[in-house]
Design a protein around this ligand. Structure first.
Ligand code: HXC
Ligand code: NAP
Length: 287
């Protein structure tokens, strides 16, 4: 649960995090500030961003620029990039972290409800990627994208179908541009977190009593949810030059959750050891 980098590892680097005012974006931003980075946080709510910026600056002594930006609006993204450049100079990394999500049977969704999630997650990510990529290419600057997806980007998942479609698209974008833009020294990677408690995710994915009924930790081989610092360590690594040869990768950080739930016999952990003793004694003695 501790930071793994040397202090100052991000000195002189500027990182933009969408959805950086809350939750995992805020935790990743805090750690990058502790490592000496200049941080730019964006989301729709200026007052949330300013509160977070003041709190993080006080805690870390770092520099935070808070710019309101709806990732569905390309011109607002361009404004973030312009303001970042004029405040800090070069941009070194972009974390596409902003998201919208909620649980619902798909047949109950209106087409507007489907749109809202796809527009934030998929369109928002490709808008930011296109704008930052064009910026880096025009300036002949290297850059690193880090896209926050989730494991159902490749398994799919019922009840969060707009999010699953969008995260799958973000993963395809990550892998495609890792190849196409490598010639510009632009790397693209992704992180697929399992459950990490945040107000934003928990209130929308485990509303009301669902959190008691479906304890996320119970589904995980390590029997716990993630700690924000564990994610922040991985994000810092993938944004840093220590991972300079990693490109087009998605790193899962879920305590083994998705593999366990796909494994044909993983549920046999419910068998107590006394029953294994009985099974062992009866082994080879007929059906
Ligand atoms: C069904 C819903 C709904 C719900 C909204 N809608 N919530 N439909 N079930 N729970 C419908 C509305 O009825 C409307 O359609 C349309 O969606 C737009 O809704 P608005 O409330 O007007 O949208 P808006 O105010 O812009 O809010 C966007 C939002 C909201 C996505 C609905 O939840 C939000 O702001 N989220 C941002 C943060 C977030 O979601 N964080 C969690 C990320 S967690 P109609 O037809 O009525 O007009 C995550 C974890 C992944 O991604 C993996 C976990 C392991
Ligand atoms: P969160 O706190 O709700 O973060 C989502 C952020 O996105 C908010 O800061 C929100 O701010 C911003 N946002 C939403 N719509 C936006 C828009 N149109 N333009 C710009 N910003 C927008 O939830 P979180 O749990 O930290 O999620 C962060 C990321 O981790 C997401 O990509 C999520 O899918 C991923 N993830 C989370 C978990 C988990 O267990 N927590 C697991 C897997 C993946 P505003 O409302 O101010 O715009």
């Amino acid at each position: 649960m501790e930071g793994m980098f040397k202090p100052g590892a991000f000195k002189g680097k500027t990182i933009v995090i969408t959805g950086g005012g809350t939750g995992l974006g805020k935790s990743m931003g805090k750690y990058l500030l502790e490592l000496g980075a200049n941080l730019v946080i964006t989301s729709r709510k200026q007052e949330v961003l300013e509160k977070t910026a003041a709190e993080l600056q006080l805690q870390t002594g770092g520099q935070v620029l808070a710019v309101a930006c709806d990732v569905r609006k390309y011109e607002e993204i361009e404004k973030v990039l312009r303001e970042t450049e004029s405040r800090f100079g070069q941009i070194h990394g972009v974390v596409n972290n902003a998201a919208g999500n909620f649980i619902s049977p798909t047949e109950r969704l209106s087409h507007r409800a489907f749109d809202i999630v796809v527009d934030i997650v998929l369109k928002g990510t490709y808008y930011m990627t296109l704008a930052a990529g064009k910026h880096w290419i025009a300036k002949k600057q290297p850059g690193t994208f880090l896209n926050i997806v989730t494991t159902y980007a490749w398994t799919g998942s019922g009840y969060v179908v707009p999010s699953a479609c969008s995260k799958a698209g973000v993963l395809a974008l990550t892998r495609s541009l890792a190849v196409e833009w490598a010639k510009y020294k632009i790397r693209s990677n992704a992180i697929a977190p399992g459950p990490f408690p945040t107000d934003g995710a928990w209130s929308r994915l485990l509303p009301g009593d669902l959190v008691k009924k479906f304890d996320p930790a119970a589904r995980i081989p390590l029997k716990r949810v993630g700690d924000h610092q564990e994610l922040a360590n991985l994000a810092a690594y993938l944004l840093s030059d220590y991972s300079a040869y990693i490109n087009g990768e998605v790193v899962t950080i879920d305590g083994g959750e998705w593999l366990r739930n796909g494994g044909e016999f993983s549920h046999l952990e419910e068998i107590p050891s006394e029953m294994w003793d009985v099974l062992e004694k009866t082994r080879g003695k007929g059906a």
